[in-house]
Structures are given as C-alpha cells and as structure tokens.
Design a protein around this ligand. Structure first.
Ligand code: ATP
Ligand code: MG
Length: 446
C-alpha cells in the first residue's frame, strides 16, 4: 500500500467495485468538490445532492486543471467530449458512498493514534494546537469536517503520520455518530456545548446529546470539566478526562499569570499524584486558555511527555480570522470573523472588554439558529452594552441594532462600515460575524 493516495489505481485498490477510464497511473495532488476553488493537479469528486449535481461541473473542473474526476454517471453535458479526449475518469456506482468506503478502508490501515474534536466552538483552533504535538500530523483539510469533508480529509492523510487530528462538525442528530464510526478515534474531545445549530437540535440539551454521540466511538472522552452538566452526562464514558479549573478536573489549571509574551499556566495532572507543571502560551484570551487545557488533557491521554506539550503550546498559532490582530489607522482591530454563534460572540466580547477601551464592535449575523435566531440576536445586545458603539451588518443583525437603539448603527455595506469607523476616535475594534457575512472583506477596504 502506498504512503499517500496519489494515483487513480491507489484509490481503486481501496474499493474493488471501481472501474477506470483513462490511465490508472494518473497522479493527483489532493481533492476538490467545488470546481470554482479547484487547484490544478487536484482530483475532482462529483457529488450529487438534492439541489445540484456536481457532475455538471466536471468539464469546468478539467478546464481549471483537474487531472482526473471521480464520477458515478455520464449523463452530463460534455461527458462524451471528455472521454474522446482521453480525460481520466474514475467511475463508481455512487461517488459519496465510494468516498466514504475508500476513507474507511484507508483509515483501517493507520497505526497512529487518532483524535476527533467536536464542540460548538473552538474545534479548528484546538486542532491547530494538537497538530503541533507531532512532527507528522494527519489533519482536517481547512474546515472539511462533515460527511463529505471528513472522508476527503482522511483520504488526504499519509499512512505513516504519527498522529491524526480531525474536526467533526454537525448540523443535526446522527451526524457525529456517522463521522465517529468512520474515524474510529482513540480519543474524542468535546470543546464546549453552545447554541450553534440550536435551531435544528431543539435547544442546548439536544446539542449535548448530539455531541455525546461521539462517546461509543472512542476509548477516552476529553471534555470541559467546568461544564458540570456535560461532565454529568458524559460520566457514562468508559474513560472520562476533564480539563478546567474545577477542583476535580483531571487536568486542572491551578494558577495563571500574564507575561510579556502571553500567559504562564500552572497545571496539575491527576490530582497531586503527578505534581504540577508550567506551560507558557502565546495568548491571553480565556477561550484560548480553555482550548490549551483541552490540548494538554488530550496530550496527557496520549501519554505525551510534558516537555513536548510545553514546546508545542509555546509555538501555538491561530488559524486565519480567529482573533487576528491588526493596527490600521488609529484603531486596533481584532478580526474574529471566521464564524459566530451566541457562545463564541459572548466569549469574544468578554475578551474585548478586558482590552484597553474605548471599545467598538462590528457585529454580523449568527446564522443557523433557526427559530431561536431573533431571540438570540436580541439577547446578544446585553453583552454589547459596554461598547462605545456597535455597527451591525446583515439582515438578522438588525435585531441587535434595534435593541441597542442609539448605541448602534445598522450598516448596509462593508464600505459603509469602513466609512463609519474612519469617523470614530481611536478604539479597540472587534469584528465578528458568521462565515456567510465574510466580514474579513473589511480588511481589504480598510
Ligand atoms: P466551525 O463550526 O465554524 O468549524 P470551530 O468550532 O472550528 O467552528 P474555531 O474556528 O476554532 O471554531 O473558532 C471560532 C471562534 O469560536 C473563535 O474565533 C472564538 O471566537 C470562538 N472560540 C474558540 N474556542 C472557544 C471556546 N473554547 N469557547 C468559546 N468560544 C470559543
Ligand atoms: Mg472549524
């Protein structure tokens, strides 16, 4: 078996039903499911959904430089021309099922430990910390964390990595169960339970139950030990490891101290039996410190030496648009605009309030809240009271403006936000909104 899956025949080895048109030795470098973002050399996977059929974009994928395509039918415009031109097509009965089957087969060949991270917020951030625990980590590609993304991430991983760290996302019941059974992690981590996707899960209890679907798929479950409700419900785990400040936590923060370069954490492992250890982390934000404790609990479960974890956390860096700081004009900006939900907004605002003022918040929408959307947007106004001014953006964020009255301005464009900010006195500005708002566009305008 090859170290990486890089030819069509490598893929065909994983599921015997596969038939190939074109040269089986065709090489590819990575996978794409969207022809608009495909990079030359990638293999295009045509996925059919209820709303669209990815096969329609196979010709476009080849024109963008795809070296091959995985398909399950040839009833798309341009198919015969591609065959006549000898374009490499790997045909299977169903691309999504094939993808999952190939990922399952590839995963079974790994001998390194695998960690699965789920939770309402902080999955990518924690994964990026955990990735530093090993010089060769197999990891989630970008934010590819669902039933299509996880198989693609698994198939992109080398077989001889030393550690696997994968993010599991979800929108409803049954999804974590499906992803967990595919990934079969040794260690599962639940970062937190928030209100993201509350609309589909009918409240916080539903969200907790959905995340706990990970439980039967891992040997050890790591959770936030300060969330008593979660700890209580996860107690059924064969092996539960908790991280936080509460006295009974397996990995417990005893003391923290701000330094010039970040925060020094004094952490105790397994009560006092193994003594405590100091870790320097290059940040001060409470939610990042929480993620660092979860990372330590995961490393502890994997039996990593403290020294190794210390080095890794010291060098931790955050993925794009998570607490990204810029000084532009007279303002200090914090772009935390990869995504937003009630919990991550509250965490970010709490952190903003600890920084030097005056404070300004540019707040976009919190999407995917379903029937709870209006109430959650209106509730968010309470956490924005300390700001000198708030600019809102996006239809649903208008509810926040309504609650705040004169303290807020609803903006209809990114240019308008930039113009409004230019008129404000020097301030610390938090920019936060869901992915759909793409508030990072403000950076280009500024
Ligand atoms: P997605 O579901 O969009 O993939 P994610 O779970 O991967 O999100 P991240 O991208 O890591 O989350 O972080 C998004 C934001 O969530 C951060 O910028 C921060 O504001 C907030 N956040 C990160 N960690 C935590 C945490 N432990 N508790 C609360 N909020 C957090
Ligand atoms: Mg993520």
């Amino acid at each position: 078996m090859p170290r990486h899956l890089s030819t069509l025949s490598d893929l065909a080895c994983l599921i015997p039903a596969t038939t190939i048109t074109g040269n089986p030795q065709t090489h590819f470098r990575g996978f794409a499911i969207d022809s608009r973002t495909l990079k030359p050399g990638e293999l295009f996977v045509a996925i059919a959904s209820d709303s669209d059929d990815g096969h329609r974009y196979v010709p476009d994928a080849f024109s963008k430089g795809a070296t091959a395509a995985l398909i399950h039918h040839l009833q798309f415009s341009g198919a015969q021309e591609l065959i006549a031109a000898g374009k490499p097509l790997l045909q299977v009965p169903n691309t999504l099922q094939a993808l999952t089957g190939m990922a399952r087969a590839w995963r079974c060949q790994w001998s390194f430990p695998v960690v699965a991270v789920t939770g309402s917020a902080g999955k990518t951030t924690l994964c990026s910390m955990l990735s530093r625990f090993s010089p060769a980590t197999a990891a989630t590609l970008g934010n590819f964390n669902n039933y299509i993304g996880l198989p693609l991430s698994i198939l992109s991983a080398p077989q001889d990595a030393l550690l696997g760290v994968f993010e599991l996302g979800m929108n409803g019941f049954g999804e974590i169960d499906t992803l967990g059974s595919l990934l079969q992690p040794q260690v599962g981590v639940i970062t937190n339970i928030g209100s993201a996707h509350m609309g589909l899960l009918g409240g916080r209890q539903g969200i907790m139950e959905a995340k706990l679907e990970l439980l039967p798929h891992c040997d050890t479950l790591v959770v936030d030990g300060d969330n008593t409700e979660l700890v209580h419900q996860a107690a059924a785990a064969t092996h539960l490891v908790t991280a936080g400040s509460a006295p009974e936590c397996t990995v417990r923060l005893q003391h923290q101290e701000a330094t010039d370069t970040g925060t020094l954490l004094q952490v105790e492992f397994d009560g006092s039996s193994q003594g405590s250890h100091k870790f320097l982390v290059p940040f001060a934000e409470a939610f990042l410190i929480k993620n660092a404790l979860l990372a330590l609990a995961t490393g502890h479960t994997l039996g990593l030496p403290r020294r190794k974890m210390e080095d890794a956390l010291q060098k931790a860096s955050l993925p794009r648009w998570r607490w990204e700081q810029h000084h532009i004009g007279s303002h200090r900006y914090i772009f935390d605009c990869y995504n937003s939900n009630p919990d991550s907004l509250q965490a970010a605002l709490q952190q903003l309030s600890r920084l030097p003022g005056p404070h300004i918040a540019v707040v976009g929408e919190m999407l995917e809240l379903g029937e709870f959307s209006e109430i959650e947007h209106r509730n968010a106004a309470a956490f924005l009271q300390f700001c000198q001014h708030v600019f809102t953006y996006g239809t649903q964020a208008q509810w926040i403006s309504e609650e705040l009255g004169n303290q807020a301005t609803h903006c209809h464009s990114i240019d308008q936000i930039a113009a409004e900010l230019a008129d404000c006195q020097s301030a610390t500005v938090l920019v936060k909104g869901s992915r759909g708002n793409r508030l990072e566009r403000l950076l280009d305008v500024l």
